[in-house]
Design a protein around this ligand. Structure first.
Ligand SMILES: Nc1ncnc2c1ncn2[C@@H]1O[C@H](COP(=O)(O)OP(=O)(O)OP(=O)(O)O)[C@@H](O)[C@H]1O
Ligand SMILES: [Mg+2]
Length: 372
């Protein structure tokens, strides 16, 4: 998949942008801190995933003082089929969003997934030592791109968590009924079972080529394996649902005290284990980055297999953080993809890139070549 033209209207720092992209595979966006480089990648992320990859609210995506934003992209599939995607988000007078494919309104479930992306952010560099929230989001974002159903399931699950938390608060204050928890517990268990199952399946698919991918990157670890950590041990939707229900009942007292739901897939975690050791417990920082890269390549292949399209690769502020070997591995793995890289200074290894200067609200091609 390639983006051929990107148009922004009132999206973050861009009042109006019309960016026509030539054929080049690698686009290097250079600019000082705060110039608007990440904002560009974020707009592509919104078209791909429906939300900011930095977890920002819709309100924060609209140019300050304005009421709506619009993102439009002309894209071309790997089989040279052209398409146009547009997302409009209005915050006032009404909060509403609309999606268009070739100027025809499309339901969200048909829109998301058309433009697959793999996104690599600075916090991914420390993926295995960082927050579990980030690790969960990485799996969820991939699953949402391949399955509109997963998007809906996760959405229902998250809304139900909020409703259950509100009820827990009322119970703690003496204004809510304990019996009413059963309704929310049933929804959480049903949707939560699906979330758990899909994540387990994804890790199982990635597992098939994990060892090979690590090997290619120079790490010959003995039987590296993804490990999904959860309270339930069950493996079918019905049995996971049953176990979540039992767990919710068991910790009800604590949940009322905490006024939050303390079990379920929103608390699960995952990592990589090698010979019964957790990766961060033995791997050096560089080796952990190798594992992160291997994971990115696995996700890229997974998306390509599922969607039949090579995903667009968005590398925000990470390329210059990698050592030369990792940079080379990345460029060779994604050599035939469209890749967007942001940086404040041109990395030496990017001699082939198309270079753009990003400045307050504009993008200009740069004529200088990268020093080699
Ligand atoms: N809603 C908004 N409306 C207008 N401007 C905004 C909005 N949100 C952010 N900005 C501007 O965008 C700038 C941040 O842009 P961005 O994060 O893309 O910078 P960057 O080039 O990636 O910088 P860095 O190199 O530090 O990562 C902020 O400094 C702010 O001025
Ligand atoms: Mg940035």
């Amino acid at each position: 998949m390639r983006i051929q033209r990107l148009q922004l209207e009132q999206f973050r720092s861009y009042r109006k942008l019309d960016w026509v992209l030539p054929e080049a595979s690698i686009h290097l966006l250079l600019g000082r801190n705060g110039a608007g480089k990440t904002n560009i990648l974020e707009s592509i992320g919104v078209l791909s995933e429906g939300e900011s990859f930095l977890g920002r609210d819709e309100e924060e995506l609209v140019l300050w003082g304005e009421q709506y934003y619009r993102i439009r992209a002309e894209i071309r599939s790997d089989t040279k089929e052209e398409n146009v995607l547009e997302a409009v988000s209005e915050r006032s007078p009404r909060k509403r969003r609309a999606f268009f494919v070739r100027d025809v309104r499309a339901p969200a479930k048909e829109f998301f997934g058309i433009l697959p992306t793999v996104i690599f952010l600075p916090q991914d560099l420390d993926l295995f030592t960082g927050s579990p929230t980030h690790r969960r989001r990485l799996l969820d974002r991939t699953l949402q791109q391949v399955s509109p159903r997963y998007r809906m399931t996760l959405d229902t699950y998250q809304k139900t968590l909020k409703q259950r938390a509100a009820l827990l608060r009322h119970i703690a204050q003496g204004t809510g009924r304990r019996d009413d928890l059963a309704l929310w517990n049933a929804i959480l268990a049903k949707e939560g079972a699906q979330v758990t199952l899909r994540r387990l399946e994804l890790l199982e698919v990635l597992q098939c080529t994990l060892s090979e991918e690590l090997h290619r990157l120079g790490e010959a670890w003995d039987q590296p394996a993804f490990q999904y950590e959860r309270t339930s041990k069950a493996r079918t939707a019905d049995s996971i649902e049953e176990e979540i229900l039992q767990e919710l009942a068991r910790i009800e007292e604590r949940d009322i005290l905490l006024q939050a739901t303390s079990t379920g897939p929103h608390r699960d975690d995952w990592g990589i284990r090698v010979s019964d050791r957790d990766l961060p417990s033995f791997a050096s920082r560089g080796q952990q980055r190798t594992a992160v890269l291997a994971l990115l390549f696995l996700l890229g292949s997974y998306l390509e297999l599922q969607r039949g399209e090579k995903p667009v690769i968005l590398l925000d502020d990470v390329f210059s953080e990698l050592d030369t070997n990792h940079q080379k591995a990345l460029l060779s793995a994604f050599g035939d993809h469209q890749v967007f890289i942001t940086a404040t200074h041109a990395p030496k290894s990017l001699a082939e890139a198309m270079i753009w200067q990003v400045e307050e609200g504009s993008i200009q091609p740069m004529n200088i070549s990268v020093p080699v």
